[in-house]
Design a protein around this ligand. Structure first.
Ligand code: NAD
Length: 315
């Protein structure tokens, strides 16, 4: 399997390391408009190969170099600076996606390729990438709230003293400030959260749940405040998604992909079965009235941002 990563900044470089460490690819191609940067990253990561299994890592200075790639990961574009929201990146990163996708599509097999979008604001970038590429929605996959869901599981794991691997808990909606926790569907093992809390005598009050939800939403802001950017978590998410696709694992992941048609279309994170051909099925989890209202709100925010973007392009 040959995989390309476009955009070798902080995130792209971390993703390259994580992808190499899956042991599932034989070649990783790195492209950045700053060729010096991608060459240096390929060189550095290439040295690490001597300590692991053999993976060919090459930096290319034009898109012909990605020919033969079955999966293309887009991690190019501006990141949030302290105090910025993901939506603040909308116009700048739309230009980046509009620059990259046609060049990618001119050099890959459109019948087979899967595009993984990491660039923020994630959901709108997925919509744009899908529109420009004209690929089936199932094969343009944003990492969505995979990272947010991982953050939620990590916090719950510490609170409940149980491994995050045993916690089924999803953050849904936008990969952004309007995301929400689908508390109604949280289970530990096969046990609904409330039952688990009762049995283990570890109550989780409404106030505690609201605090957890806020911590998940603010996690990126706190990390950016402390280390300037986030990269380890998202690199783990991309590697996990890649593993799921390459091995056709059909696992449930909260990825973001376009659903609906025309003016009703939107890319949003819901639990989805992901396999070799990308998204196989979208699932509708159980939600209470409050969660349904949050889903409607977050859907509207993403759709409005996409419409705003299209208007600014036409203006
Ligand atoms: P960065 O500034 O460190 O790197 C961005 C890289 O993109 C740079 O090397 C730049 O040269 C390259 N680039 C810009 N325009 C390009 C173009 N047209 N063609 C090719 N390369 C181009 O930023 P970063 O910290 O690596 O973040 C990258 C993106 O990932 C940001 O949009 C950030 O918000 C996003 N991100 C997403 C998640 C997520 O969960 N989806 C998590 C963290 C970061």
């Amino acid at each position: 399997m040959k995989v390309a990563i476009i955009g070798i900044g902080t995130v792209g470089a971390a993703v390259a390391t994580a992808v190499k460490n899956t042991g599932l690819v034989h070649e990783i191609v790195l492209f950045d408009r700053d060729n010096l940067r991608s060459r240096a990253a390929a060189e550095d990561l290439g040295h690490a190969v001597a300590f692991s299994w053999d993976v060919k890592i090459t930096a290319v200075n034009n898109y012909r170099g990605i020919r033969g790639c079955e999966i293309v990961i887009i991690a190019a574009g501006a990141n949030q600076k302290p105090g910025q929201t993901r939506t603040d990146l909308l116009a700048a990163n739309a230009s980046v996606i509009a620059d990259i996708i046609p060049r990618v599509m001119a050099n890959v097999d459109s019948k087979n390729v899967k595009i993984i979008v990491v660039t923020n604001p994630l959901d709108v970038m997925v919509m744009l990438a899908q529109k420009i590429s004209k690929l089936p929605a199932a094969r343009v996959i944003g990492t969505g709230t995979m990272l947010d869901s991982a953050r939620l599981r990590t916090i719950l794991s510490r609170q409940l003293s149980v491994s995050p691997q045993s916690i089924n808990a999803y953050v849904l909606g936008e990969h952004g400030d309007s995301s929400f926790v689908n508390w109604t569907s949280v289970s530990v093992g096969a046990i609904p959260l409330d039952d688990f809390c009762r049995q283990t005598k570890s109550p989780l009050s409404c106030a505690a749940r609201a605090t957890i939800e806020r911590r998940v939403q603010n996690a990126a802001y706190e990390i950016i405040q402390g280390r300037g950017a986030t990269w380890d978590g998202i690199a783990g998410a991309v590697a996990d998604l890649l593993r799921c696709i390459i091995n056709d694992e059909c696992r449930i992941m909260t990825v973001s992909t376009v659903m609906g048609a025309g003016r009703d279309s939107v890319a949003i994170s819901l639990p989805r079965i992901v396999g070799a051909n990308g998204v196989v099925t979208t699932l509708n989890p159980k939600m209470d009235r409050t969660e349904n209202a949050k889903l409607r709100r977050t859907t509207k925010i993403i759709r409005d941002n996409f419409v705003r973007l299209q208007k600014s392009y036409k203006a």
